[in-house]
Design a binder for this molecule. Structure first.
Ligand code: NAD
Ligand code: USQ
Length: 479
């Protein structure tokens, strides 16, 4: 749905909005059997978020200008009506934006989430830059603003009873799987969190594969992998597979994987399990090896303060560019780890949601695991810092760059050339990290700078110090 339409719907009569809200409420289902997320903790999280959201709602309203919707390109304009998409992890950063993007375009969306991401913030004393509403308020508000219904199932996909019920009741044509513990530093805090990360991610994905096989064999799986599965090899990175000549014989094989954290390794295990089940059970799957995502605005998430997305800037969940932008906004030196030659693929969150739609609209055939490299541009950490410094200065910000000892074990100077043509071939027209983008991201961060807690900025987890002692707090605060 385009913005103009959304605005018209905003202005629609009260009765229609009320009906939509009631419909949204009716779709909310809370599974009793979510074994691993204490409900009291989640309640505490959501009520404080609601209070934060109320407190800043006036400010948000003032800045939440709806971006002008660009004409969708190629198959992105397709009408998703009748296509049922389950979004696992739909309360998270990428998942929430994707749920709204697809719902706005007519897909029938069901969000599945156990809200553990909100619990990590409580566990470690972190908070998003932006005040975010509860998932229930988000979904209700979306119903009022757009007239579209998103159904909601709260539960843990590692809990088979819950997941199988969710599949049986919603009967997805596509399942988009974002629902994992996605922070490399979190997975390196201590043994317990390393084990949690691999259990949560690997078992959750295996359960989804079983749910497809047993309950919805024609359902296409779109799985979020990561560019970090490949590591930083001294050769070009292909999209998933590489053809190798060895001792006179040739084969096309999965590209070698070298994860640099227990989190990245969990993604490698997922990919291996998916490839096996595609062959063994004729499952159709698309593995999206996504680069580092930046930005926070999409047309839909900016349409109303209650739809605002999360924005992590702390040393555990915050990612490079999003962190640098917040650091520039509050006058904190940009934290380049080590020599800063670490090079990665990056993409705007507005392209994340479009890539997911492209993967859905162009599903893999049964028995095939397609792999796309989902990023649009490569940058080294030093290059990112230079761009933020330059653009920050244009806005009158006092931006400094500092080199901090690298808390990670990774190459700091290396060759990096990763292919990313398949999604463009399907019609992706990337948003590039042009100066204007940095400008608007910087302005966004400046708007919320009073919410920044400086003590959360420094890197908090050292790869070399990961131990068996459970570190429940203090991890977020610099040692
Ligand atoms: P996020 O933490 O914001 O969202 C993940 C969501 O999944 C959360 O809402 C969480 O509560 C939910 N979840 C986790 N485990 C679950 C479980 N067992 N059952 C039900 N729900 C569960 O993460 P994100 O940044 O939105 O990332 C989404 C996906 O994309 C992840 O798989 C991540 O690995 C991948 N990815 C993210 C980035 C990035 O830069 N953010 C880059 C590449 C890949
Ligand atoms: N880095 C800095 N300074 C910072 C933060 C990071 O120099 O303040 C460096 C890191 O050392 C690393 C690079 O920037 O070399 C990227 O780190 P990141 O924190 O932005 O990203 P990463 O830990 O790799 O993880 C993020 C997401 C993860 C996703 C991954 C995509 O959290 O879910 O899988 O990006 S990728 O990097 O392609 O594997």
């Amino acid at each position: 749905m385009q913005c103009s339409t959304m605005q018209q719907q905003k202005l629609a009569g009260r009765r229609e909005a009320k009906a939509a809200a009631q419909k949204a409420c009716a779709g909310v289902r809370v599974a009793g059997a979510s074994a691993r997320v204490p409900v009291s903790t989640v309640r505490q999280a959501t009520s404080s978020v609601r209070a934060a959201s109320r407190a800043t709602s006036v400010k948000v309203q003032a800045t939440a200008t709806v971006e002008k919707a660009t004409a969708p390109a190629g198959s992105l304009s397709s009408n998703g009506a009748g296509t049922r998409v389950m979004i696992i992890g739909g309360d998270g950063y990428c998942g929430w934006a994707t749920a709204l993007h697809l719902s706005a375009r007519g897909y029938e969306v069901c969000i599945v989430d156990n809200l553990c991401r909100r619990q990590f913030d409580l566990q470690l004393g972190l908070d998003t830059l932006t005040p975010i509403a509860t998932i229930h308020d988000r979904v209700r508000r979306w119903g009022e603003v757009s007239g579209k219904h998103i159904s909601l199932q709260i539960g843990d996909i590692c809990d088979w009873e819950f997941l199988s019920q969710a599949f049986t009741s919603f009967k997805p044509n596509h399942v988009v799987h974002f629902g994992e513990q996605r922070s490399a530093p979190y997975s390196m805090i201590d043994r317990q969190k390393a084990v949690f990360t691999q259990h949560n991610n690997v078992i959750g994905t295996i359960n989804v594969l079983f749910a497809i096989k047993e309950l919805q064999p024609d359902c296409h799986m779109v799985k979020l992998g990561t560019m970090g599965e490949y590591g930083t090899p001294n050769i070009d990175i292909e999209e998933g597979y590489i053809t190798i000549n060895h001792n006179g014989r040739t084969d096309t094989l999965p590209y070698p994987k070298q994860g640099n954290s227990f989190y990245h390794l969990s993604k490698i295990h997922d990919s291996t399990n998916m490839l096996f089940t595609c062959k063994a059970w004729k499952i159709a799957a698309t593995d999206l090896n996504q680069g580092v995502v930046y930005g926070v605005r999409t047309d839909e998430t900016m349409a109303d303060p209650l739809l605002l997305n999360r924005y992590d800037y702390d040393g555990i969940f915050g990612t490079a560019l999003n962190r640098f932008v917040v650091q520039a906004a509050v006058g904190h030196p940009l934290t380049v780890y080590g020599k800063g030659g670490q090079t990665r693929g990056f993409l705007d969150i507005r392209d994340t949601v479009r890539c997911i739609q492209l993967a859905i609209d162009n599903p893999a055939p049964k028995g095939e695991m397609r792999v796309y490299n989902q990023f649009t541009e490569q940058f080294s950490v030093n290059q990112l810092a230079e761009i933020v410094e330059r653009e920050g200065k244009k806005l009158g910000l006092n931006v400094e760059v500092t080199k901090v000892p690298n808390p990670r074990v990774e190459l700091e100077e290396h060759y990096y050339n990763a292919k990313c043509t398949k999604l463009r071939d399907l019609g992706l027209q990337p948003h590039l990290l042009a100066d204007s983008m940095i400008d608007s991201l910087l302005e966004f961060a400046v708007t919320y700078k009073d919410r920044v807690r400086h003590e959360l900025i420094k890197p908090a987890v050292d790869w070399r110090k990961t131990g068996v002692k459970v570190n429940t707090m203090g991890a977020a605060v610099a040692r």
